[in-house]
Structure formats: structure tokens, C-alpha cells
Design a protein around this ligand. Structure first.
Ligand SMILES: NC(=O)c1ccc[n+]([C@@H]2O[C@H](COP(=O)([O-])OP(=O)(O)OC[C@H]3O[C@@H](n4cnc5c(N)ncnc54)[C@H](OP(=O)(O)O)[C@@H]3O)[C@@H](O)[C@H]2O)c1
Length: 328
């Protein structure tokens, strides 16, 4: 037996803990080429908000089903010679304390780079997203000005640090002075601007006197609109996420894309799935930076399976500080 979290009702607006239910789940016996695993960290990611409302391109979920998602787990029983008890793996097992999966559905974690939880952040899907946007789509070059929203999260913070390592000047955008301080001090951005401040637009203008060469957008809405008005000639804009809309049932009026045309800029949609074939290349470059501690991470950890809904609601209210995880 183990416990799991299911969807109790489809959230409206910002998710509430009551949208979820804690249930007992029975584990099947371990068959050939299967592993039994104990969850150590559950990854909470903004895309799950779309899954809960049936608005995600890759997943669907019905009421009563276990909420999906990635986790870091340890093997507790193995019928395969490839995996031993105690091995650390990444699995798409959802919000549950323990599970049994086919061996070919998990990825072993290299423990020589950083702690295992980073396989859900800087060295996992969010890190791959950041690396792909900065190096494969925007092709950031030394001396350029790069602007990044949701800068304290795992995608934004990794994107900013990678851009810095490539020689760019990096400006973050985050909600509130405390987050902005953390973006500058923990992640080494040149500057971070508070989009909740009434004079945000003026601060943005004075921070980018020659315009923005690359805008890596994680939020959409008002912040995107402000950033588009500051594009330099031949700017590139990576559209990575629209978290500003995820809690809304109606799509808000879109931003004015006129300045994109005026700046002859290129907008690029980023879907991380396209870059999984390049995962080894990503891990070689970013893993070396992480190992040398040239690139760091920040985790916001809640404890216990029963804390998972509350932690997800915290993420979707914008109150998380760094990669949102649940430790079991
Ligand atoms: N394209 C892809 O393939 C791909 C892959 C992975 C992630 N993404 C996207 O990348 C973005 C960042 O993801 P992440 O994992 O790094 O998460 P994250 O930054 O930790 O996400 C939560 C943060 O989003 C910000 N936010 C902005 N507007 C918000 C609003 N209206 N409501 C709630 N939060 C708001 C908040 O930070 P502030 O207080 O600083 O605003 C909040 O702390 C998300 O949009 C995600 O969907 C896309």
C-alpha cells in the first residue's frame, strides 16, 4: 500500500487544496523488467495547471485519477540486472509515494554532478527548456542584452545563468523586491526588475537603453507587452510559457504584436519535447557547469505527500521561491 493524490474536481482560477484528494493506492507485484520505486521528490510544474483543466497538448486527466508528473525516486526492488536497489531514477509516476514501472520508462540519475533532486530542475526538463531556448533557438551571443521573465523559477534562472555564461548581459523580471534580490544575488543576473512595481515600465526602459536583443518569455500578458515594446533591431523572442493565463478560464485579450514587426524581430515557440533527442548534449554542457558550480539552482521544498496539493497551489499563486518540489 502507498498513498497518492488524485484530482477531486477541476480547479477554477487559482487551484485550491480541496481540488485534490489523498487516497490509498495498492501496489502490484514486481513483474519481469519492472522496478518498484519509492518516491523521494515530486516535481511540481506549471504545465500541470493545463492538464487539470484538460487544456494541455500532451496529457489528459479525469476526476479520480492520480495527478501525473515527474518524480525522483529510489529503486526498492528490481527484477532487472540494469538496476539495483537504492539506484536513483527519474520517472513519470505522478503524485504518489511509491510505484511499480517498466524499467524502460525510467532514466537513471548521474549522482556525480549535483544532488538527485536537480534532475527535476536545472538538470531536468526545466533546465533542458532553458538551454534549448537560449542556445538552440535564440542563439544568444556575447555582449547581447537578454531579458527573462519568471526569473527565479527553474526555467528562468537556468536560462539567465546560461546566457551569462555565454557572455550576455542578463536582466531578470520577477514578482516583488525579495524575489528580485534573490535573482541578482543567488543567480548572478546583472539586474532584476519587479513587474509588480508601479514604475516597472520606466525601470525596464532605463535598464535597456539600447533595447533587448533576446526576450525569453515565461509569462505572457502585461510583462510580454512591456518587453515587446523594448525590442532592439533583429531581436529574437522565445515564447516559452504563458503562466499569466494558466489560472484563467477565458483567454485574455492578446498582446499587441505590432512592435515585433517594427523591430523585424523573430518570435519562436519553444516546446521542450522537440529537444529530448539533444538531452545528452544538454547534460554534457549544463552538467559540467553545474558540477563546477558555475551554474546553481534554488529549491522550494514542502514535506510529505499530504503537502503536495498545498505546494502546487503555492506554485500556481506565484508564492514559490525556486523549483517547487515535495520531499517524501
Ligand atoms: N515551452 C516548454 O516546453 C516549457 C517547458 C517547461 C516550462 N515551460 C514554462 O516556463 C514557465 C516557467 O516554468 P518554471 O517551471 O520555471 O516555473 P516557475 O517559474 O517556478 O513558475 C511559477 C512562477 O511563475 C510566475 N508567475 C507569473 N505570472 C503568474 C501568475 N499570473 N500566476 C502565478 N505565477 C505567475 C511567478 O513568479 P513571479 O512572482 O516572479 O512572477 C511564479 O513563482 C512556465 O510558464 C512554464 O509553463 C515551458
Amino acid at each position: 500500500m502507498s498513498r497518492a493524490i488524485t484530482l477531486a474536481r477541476i480547479p477554477e482560477g487559482v487551484p485550491q487544496p480541496g481540488d485534490f484528494a489523498l487516497v490509498d493506492a495498492t501496489l502490484p507485484p514486481v513483474a519481469n523488467d519492472q522496478l518498484a520505486c519509492v518516491t523521494r521528490f515530486i516535481s511540481l510544474d506549471p504545465y500541470l495547471r493545463g492538464v487539470l483543466s484538460g487544456r494541455h497538448l500532451g496529457h489528459t486527466l479525469s476526476i479520480g485519477e492520480i495527478v501525473p508528473g515527474s518524480c525522483v525516486a529510489q529503486v526498492s526492488a528490481s527484477s532487472s540486472t540494469e538496476f539495483a536497489e537504492g539506484d536513483w531514477v527519474v520517472a513519470e509516476s505522478g503524485w504518489r509515494e511509491a510505484f511499480v514501472v517498466p524499467t524502460n520508462s525510467v532514466r537513471k540519475i548521474a549522482l556525480d554532478l549535483a544532488p538527485p533532486s536537480t534532475a527535476l530542475g536545472v538538470l531536468g526538463m526545466p533546465g533542458l527548456t532553458a538551454w534549448a531556448g537560449i542556445t538552440q533557438l535564440a542563439n544568444v551571443r556575447a555582449g547581447e542584452t537578454v531579458l527573462i521573465s519568471a526569473a527565479l523559477g527553474p526555467v528562468g534562472s537556468s536560462a539567465g545563468q546560461i546566457a551569462k555564461l555565454l557572455g550576455a548581459r542578463v536582466i531578470g523580471i520577477a514578482g516583488g523586491p525579495e524575489k528580485c534580490r534573490k535573482v541578482e544575488q543567488h543567480f548572478g543576473f546583472d539586474l532584476c526588475l519587479d513587474y509588480k512595481a508601479s514604475d516597472f515600465a520606466e525601470h525596464l526602459a532605463s535598464a535597456c537603453p539600447n533595447g533587448v536583443d533576446v526576450y525569453f518569455d515565461n509569462v505572457g500578458g502585461y510583462v510580454l507587452e512591456c518587453a515587446l515594446s523594448k525590442l532592439a533591431l533583429k531581436a529574437r523572442v522565445v515564447l516559452c510559457g504563458l503562466i499569466d493565463q494558466y489560472n484563467q478560464s477565458q483567454r485574455p485579450p492578446g498582446p499587441n504584436l505590432g512592435p515585433v514587426i517594427g523591430a523585424r524581430a523573430t518570435l519562436m515557440g519553444l516546446v521542450v519535447y522537440d529537444f529530448y533527442p539533444q538531452f545528452p548534449e544538454f547534460l554534457a554542457q549544463v552538467g559540467a557547469w553545474v558540477k563546477a558550480r558555475k551554474l546553481t539552482w534554488l529549491e522550494d521544498i514542502a514535506y510529505g505527500i499530504e503537502a503536495t496539493p498545498g505546494a502546487f497551489c503555492k506554485l500556481m499563486s506565484g508564492n514559490n521561491f525556486g523549483k517547487m518540489l515535495v520531499a517524501l
